[in-house]
Structure formats: C-alpha cells, structure tokens
Design a protein. Structure first.
Length: 276
C-alpha cells in the first residue's frame, strides 16, 4: 500500500500561525520533508514534535524527491513543509508533487499561511482579481522588460522581492507604472512587521528612512486608465502572449478583443515591429 503525501503550510513568521490540523499531521506522519531541516527544527521543537527528517532544498530537489518517493511507495506517510508558507509557492515542492501525481500517490493539502495573500488582504488595493508573479528577474534590463509587459494589466499585481533589490525594483516601477498606488509589506507577522502605502516615490522615501532588511511583498494597483488604448500601447501584450506559446493570430485576437482595436492593424503592426 502506498503512503500519503501531506502538503503542510507552516507559519510565515509568527510561530502561532499554524493550524491545529497541521500540528496533528506533523505529529502523525512517518517522515517530514523540509526545505531546510535546521530552520524547521525551530518550529518543530517549539511544539514538541520529533520526527525523522529529510532536507529538501532547491539545489537538491530532483535527487531528494526521488528519495522521498521511495518512502511513499513503500507505504510511509510524508509531510512536505517549506521554510515558511505553502510548499511549491515560490518555494521547493513542485517537483515532488508532480512525481507523486505520476505515481498515483494520494496528496492531501493542509492549508495555512501564505505571504502574498496576507499582503494583498491588508494592501487596500482591489482583491477581486489579482496576478501573483513571485520574484522578478534580478537583472535590471530583464526586470524592466517584464514590468513593461505588465504595464497594461488591469488586475492587481503581487511580487516578492529581496531586501538588496527592493529600492531598485520600486524605482523601476515608479518609472514604468507611472504613479500607481503601491503597498509594500515587510516582515509580515514578525516583530518588525510594517506596511508602506502610497505612490512608488512615497514608498521609496519611507523605506529609505527605515531599516531595509527581511522579506518584502509588493502589491501594485492594476492599470485603471480610461479610454481607448493605441496599437503601440498594446503591442507588448501581443508579444508577451506569443512568447508564452500562443499563436500570433490568437494573441492578436485576444488583445484586440480586450481593447477594441482592429485585428488587421494589430496583426500587421506585430509583424512589422518584430521584423524591425
């Protein structure tokens, strides 16, 4: 009989932010697969949980997932946890989950904290539709290109960012997103938790007056511009969809339907600009 794989969410900072169900599962499973066993021991020791552990950090994800699968296929139950939040969400976990699905292992979610959802809930920005994009590219050129492709996105945008890049990223957003409302959450649920709200320039000024450290979540207002967009403005969206694997005609159709533009003109310009 095959074992069970539990996807267990853990606190994103405050150790009290864990469910009773998560604690029960961690006590009952045969093995705990942790992103970093040294980090997870702080949580487990706090709640008096002692179980065999296997490390599951990103660089060893492929190899360790095979080891964990052997345990599951032999009937052992495994709880997968990351350093904080939900495994697989900007954290290791997806490789093992895919392999478990392929082997018809039963996967049981034990939901809990998630940094991007928490930041969105206190941002004050629209929550009905949003897009989570994780970490932006580290390089300036690539990061700016991604942001430019998102410039016309009407949904609220959510990103993670490291402390040593937070000012650079917000500076790019100030230039590209042109005065939109932004909320930046720092160290959510931890001792130095803080939320900064306002235009990018205001948030940058506030951050420069504070200690820049820890983990950041950036929530950005979607494009709320009224009126008809030009072909030049929406071309980046066409190219973005093509890069994601969509055919040119379908990409043009989708974008033209959204913005009420001529499919023929948009298609022609996409060919012309790509050749240029």
């Amino acid at each position: 009989m095959k074992g069970l794989l539990y996807i267990v969410s853990t606190p994103i900072g405050n150790l009290e932010d864990i469910t009773l169900r998560a604690l029960r599962v961690l006590k009952e499973v045969d093995v705990i697969a942790a992103e970093d066993t040294r980090h997870s021991l702080k949580l487990l020791n706090h709640y008096g949980i002692s179980k065999p552990m296997i490390s599951y950090w990103k660089e060893k994800e492929q190899v360790r997932s095979d080891e964990i699968m052997k345990r599951l296929l032999s009937g052992r139950s495994v709880a997968l946890i990351s350093d904080a939040g939900t495994p697989g969400i900007s954290d290791p976990g997806a490789v093992l989950i895919r392999k478990a699905i392929e082997e018809h292992i039963q996967i049981i979610p034990v939901p809990g904290a998630s940094a991007f959802v928490t930041a969105l809930s206190l941002s004050g920005l629209p929550t009905d539709e949003f897009t989570f994009l994780g970490f932006l590219p580290a390089g300036t050129t690539r990061r700016q290109k991604v942001l430019e492709e998102l410039c016309l996105e009407r949904r609220t945008l959510i990103f993670y960012e490291a402390p040593h890049r937070i000012i650079e990223t917000l500076t790019d957003m100030e230039m590209i997103f042109n005065g939109r409302k932004i909320a930046v959450a720092k160290e959510i649920t931890k001792m130095h938790e803080k939320i900064f709200r306002g235009a990018a320039s205001e948030v940058i000024a506030a951050l420069n007056r504070s200690t820049i450290s820890g983990e950041y979540v950036i929530v950005v207002e979607g494009n709320t511009a009224e009126g008809k967009h030009t072909v030049d403005e929406v071309l980046p969206e066409v190219f973005s969809l093509i890069k994601k694997g969509l055919g040119r005609k379908e990409a043009v159709r989708r974008v033209s339907d959204i913005y009420g533009l001529s499919k023929k003109e948009l298609y022609s310009r996409s060919l012309k600009d790509e050749i240029a």
